[in-house]
Design a protein around this ligand. Sequence first.
Ligand code: SF4
Length: 457
Amino acid sequence: MRLYLINPANPLLIGSIKESRWNRYRVWKPLSLMVVAGLTPPEWEVTIVDENLGVPDYRALPRPDLVGITAFTSQAGRAYEVAACFRRIGVPVVMGGIHATMCLEEAARHTDSVVTGEAEDIWPRVLNDARERRLNARYDGGHAEIVSVAPARHDLLPDRYGFGAIQTTRGCPMNCNFCSVTAFNGAHYRQRPIADVVREFQAIREKRVLVVDDNIIGTRPEHIARAKELFRAIARAKVDKGWVSQATINFADDDELLSLAARAGCRGVFIGFESPTPAGVLEGGKFALMRGRDIRASVRRIQRHGIMVAGSFIIGLDTDETGIGRRIAAAAGQYGVDTINVGFLTPLPGTRLWKQMKAEGRIALDKFPEDWKYYTLTFPVARYKHLTLDGVIEEMMACTRSFYSLPRIFGRVCANFRHPRAPMVSLVGNLSYRKNYRLDIAALAEFRNQPGGRRDQ
Ligand code: SF4
């Protein structure tokens, strides 16, 4: 039995990895497909196709018995094209992942079967039903216990990515209004057994790894105690990888945690600040973590351990007005973060923001599935409260132009010589972000000039 697991092309990429080396740092390995491959019994011959490495001629490939597709929201349109291509020749197609879970009815119209939730507990049954040609229209995996998960198949993809990928925890209790993690993975914070994580880390070939956890340390004392245990075990096993992950700002509050993370190979952490204003932070949902905090001191504490900080911000919050772009750039400079990642406020299906904006008639790009390709956080897809379409784009440009100006990049890299972080990594990271933002700005200009891009506002 032959199974193809397909990651549809990501519209965020301007060309595939092959065509631009910058794309190596804009695309992550499709870890969910590697996990599903790990759950697949050996009688199935599994191939993972990542279209971001190049789109194959599917007609020239051996005919599979089953196709599994995963997709983030922005990939949904391409996912349905791929599904149609196989369904035309009678190959059944199963779709799973966050978009299929949040937009079940839409996914069901384009595929033979939809798996909602997490795959671990349900995938063997799906394969069994596929073999017996009696696939159900829907399977629900819910939130799996992740205490005995088969390791992801890191061997099934080539070495052409900037980063390897691993997951050590799932779920987030914070339920920020713009984020779909809590809706998809639940509020209950689940942590994989430490020995499993260490073994899987050792199986990754890349020297740089993205730990895809939405919050690697969690929020409660027992989460943090386990994170420390994990970091100790990774250091003891001499895994020898440099890795980056995501965390909330409370990462800064425990020096032992920071020291252990650094010893385990932590080189960078993405932290969501969302907004430079208290009202914006409140709107985003992290007010309790940020209230009364000296953010600059928190960032410094992390950096003192040789860990770089990438600050994440949103433009287009209901509290944002003209000038927000430059305010974000100024605040990020004042916090002392090494890089910033700025996205437009985007109502992703399944979030509280989606429900609110839909009820208020503020979803501007709503011809689905065609418009899903704009749901990358790099296009303004909504109607913003105090900013027009042109206005919100101008704010994004002002923010990135200011933060990623060459003099400011130079200043940050020099600061890295004074602190025990890696100046070359800082330089490459900043130039990479600068290049990526220039690509995004070019895409935005095109978006703004096309008839469909101005459906608004
Ligand atoms: S943004 Fe981060 S902290 Fe908030 S719900 Fe999503 S994963 Fe949790």
